[in-house]
Design a protein around this ligand. Structure first.
Ligand code: NDP
Length: 333
């Protein structure tokens, strides 16, 4: 079943990997046909994630070209396919994770599509789904953060970073946050970080500060989405029996690590992806419901950097890669 659908739509795709010049805004992309278990979402807001730049540059492989970037959005259901579509109905206001999001219409696996509660706006839902679920699963599963734990969060004023600051505060942890500018550090503090630090190009100086703050022990966990530039200092900041969670590569991929390096403090090293924490509908619903609770009951702030018109996607990619943004970047078709 479907509403009246046009034949073509606006969207952004790439035909090869590269700089922002490979992003092509088109007005004549065929409206996608649904496969079994999919629903078609008419996008209202599309989320930008740092991972979109990895697919664009080729750091992560693209299955085939032309390829429509974008992994999340919110809007309304314009068509329901065959198979198990999790009781989703035409016209329902939903948020989803998937692929092909930089477009007016997106075919979405129903398993990762869920109605938005009335108390939450479509804008906030699109802004939250990937980055907030990432933050939530990191603190529940990658390292189960406990009250009173010292935790180090890099790029704390970014999309995932501001969620980490707020969630860690809510569970009673003590956060040491890094960000590249004074303004970003203030923002991390306003979102719950207890101590804010510059990265320091000289890693030793940074590690010394973290040790001072934690009474010489180090932190129980590091959540590091910056990657190459921060890995060594992050590992040095972990307490005995603590956890080093490397979950992204904003500064480049972390080079191979010798496991012998972990023996100094019996450190657990993890390289998680959100997807492997929400591989089933049950897991997805559990974390989404927990997220809605945090957003409504704990009144978490959804920081939106800018809502860019879809045709301004090049500027949006330049801004996030240029470290000019805080919180979430959204596109509007
Ligand atoms: P952000 O909004 O955090 O943007 C990236 C930030 O990284 C920048 O704002 C910047 O903050 C910091 N940064 C540090 N070094 C660099 C550099 N050399 N170039 C660019 N930025 C740099 O993005 P997201 O919230 O979307 O993602 C954050 C990280 O989390 C990414 O690495 C992403 O891949 C990862 N991620 C991983 C997931 C998973 O499942 N494993 C899921 C979602 C996100 P500053 O200026 O303060 O340094």
């Amino acid at each position: 079943t479907s509403t009246q659908l046009p034949k073509t739509m606006k969207g952004v795709y790439i035909e090869k990997t590269g700089g922002t010049e490979v992003l092509q805004y088109k007005a004549d992309i065929p409206v996608p046909k649904l496969k079994d278990g999919e629903v078609l979402v008419k996008n209202e807001f599309i989320g930008i994630n740092y991972i979109d730049t990895y697919f664009r540059t080729g750091l992560y492989p693209v299955p085939s070209f032309p390829y429509i970037l974008g992994r999340e959005g919110s809007g309304t259901i314009a068509a329901v396919g065959s198979g198990n579509t999790y009781s989703l109905t035409l016209g329902a206001r939903v948020v989803y994770m998937g692929t092909d999001a930089y477009a007016e219409y997106t075919p979405v696996p129903a398993i990762y599509c869920i109605p938005i509660p009335p108390a939450i706006s479509s804008k906030d839902a699109a802004a939250a789904i990937i980055q907030a679920l990432t933050a939530l699963t990191l603190i529940r599963e990658s390292h189960e953060v406990k009250k009173g734990d010292w935790v180090l969060v890099h790029a704390a004023a970014g999309g995932v970073g501001l969620w980490l600051c707020q969630l860690l505060k809510a569970v009673g942890a003590r956060t040491i946050a890094t960000a590249s500018t004074e303004e970003k550090r203030m923002l991390a503090k306003n979102h719950g970080a207890e101590v804010v630090l510059e990265y320091h190009d000289n890693g030793d100086e940074f590690v010394k500060k973290v040790m001072e703050v934690t009474g010489g022990e180090g932190v129980q966990a590091v959540f590091d989405g910056v990657g190459k530039a921060t890995f060594d200092a992050s590992l040095a900041c972990v307490a005995r029996k603590g956890t080093m969670v490397s979950f992204g590569n904003a500064s480049g991929a972390v080079p191979p690590v010798t496991i012998a390096r972990l023996s100094g403090k019996n450190v657990k090293l993890l390289r998680p992806t959100l997807f492997n924490y929400i591989a089933t509908r049950e897991e997805f619903e559990k974390y989404v419901n927990e997220l809605w609770d945090f957003m409504t009951k704990d009144k978490m702030h959804v920081r939106i950097h800018e809502v860019y018109p879809l045709k301004d996607v090049v500027r949006a990619h330049q801004d996030i890669e240029g470290r000019k943004t805080t919180g979430k970047l959204l596109l509007r078709p």
